[in-house]
Design a binder for this molecule. Sequence first.
Ligand SMILES: [Fe+2]
Length: 173
Amino acid sequence: MHRALSDISVAGDPLAVPHLLPPVAQHPATVADFSGLARAIAEDRGRWAPLVDYDTTTRWYARLATGPGYEVWLLSWLPGQGTGLHDHGQSSGVLTVLQGELTERALGASGETRRTLGADDQRVFAPGYVHGVVNDSLEPAVSLHIYFPGLTEMTPYTSCSAPSGRERESVHD
Ligand SMILES: [Fe+2]
């Protein structure tokens, strides 16, 4: 004999009474949500592949989407293109490689770490995270960047110890 898990039951189709269903999150609100959003976009190749463009003079980027308090950017990297060390102001972020390979150099309390990021690899970072990213491979690369809140300021760094200035930049990476 089965024991009822609850003494409350809903007769009929619960979809017919939507006010009884739990609310559906319309926009990401946690780090896991943003990570999941990046994964979902990565899998939806038709959404981002047409926007990929390679510019021999600079990294090329396009804003793929915006939502309340966040922005999604698509970056295209030719071999050798990269950033210097920088932070992301007050923004947290999720970096996801969509295609190709990128090399990330990050500065932390224990010094510098370097890692190679391949397709589907993801890095999540908080405000204050300092890194530089470069396409060290011989093939073009594409990456997806979500910033929350949207990126408004980046400080470039020239050494492990100090920022090179409090300049505002408009680049995204
Ligand atoms: Fe960055």
